[in-house]
Ligand binder design. Sequence first.
Ligand SMILES: O=C(O)C(=O)C[C@H](O)C(=O)CO
Ligand SMILES: [Zn+2]
Length: 275
Amino acid sequence: MEIRYPSHPQDVKRYTTDQLRKDFLIQEIFVPGETKMVYSHFDRIIAGGICPTAPLALEAGKEIAADFFLQRREIGIINIGAPGKVLVDGAEYPLKKTDGLYIGMGAQKVTFTSDDPSNPAKFYFNSTPAHKTYPTVKILVDNIVPAALGSISQSNERKIYKYIVPGGVESCQLVMGMTVLAPGNMWNSMPCHTHERRMEVYFYFDLAPESVVFHLMGEPGETRHVVIRNEEAIISPSWSIHSGVGTGNYTFIWGMAGENQKFDDMDHIPMSCLK
Ligand SMILES: O=C(O)C(=O)C[C@H](O)C(=O)CO
Ligand SMILES: [Zn+2]
């Protein structure tokens, strides 16, 4: 497990491109046959990917000093690859592309498989500390009614699919979902926001190999960009905006950890404040 320590916004003002990428960007998330885990000390979220070519178990690792990964944690999983299955203490959950799964605290044996190992599933996940067990729920993307946001005139027409949110699939603190940009639209989350009460991780996928997203981060009056490619993620501290513009179409998964689970609890930034 790779550990990422938090950064103070005053320090980040002086970061070079390399330092920004080292502290916030998560690359090589899907290596066939491997599990990637990044433990961020921002709200202790673990973000990563599992790409099974043979069954892969969710391992605790010494970093969390637990008997098993979900002993004191919950996890949200979205498959962005070919069909695969997650086995949770003997119960099987088949997930096709963009189907999700919430697994509550206490599940002991979690194993991931691909239906066709030569064309593997890609299970992206976010995991946060938990204090109580909520039911494990399979989340069929086809059953989510997305919220429509943005407009073609602002190049940000998109649909927000809420997977793990209060009133839907319940969790201790994890909030997770996916935003799909309509064809020809490039901007996400602009006008932008922060949420002092929560950190967030954005994971971009379905980008063409030659496309990039200019992800915007930093305090509203001190913005920076990080160039992100397909299937890479970026950690957004609570003090940072998180927004992006692509050179081509893309989709992204967002996951949040912290104080308040209300999706709409955002500190909206007037455009006039951006620098
Ligand atoms: O496109 C958007 O706007 C989003 O998806 C916003 C994220 O969901 C978010 O930042 C939630 O806090
Ligand atoms: Zn946000």
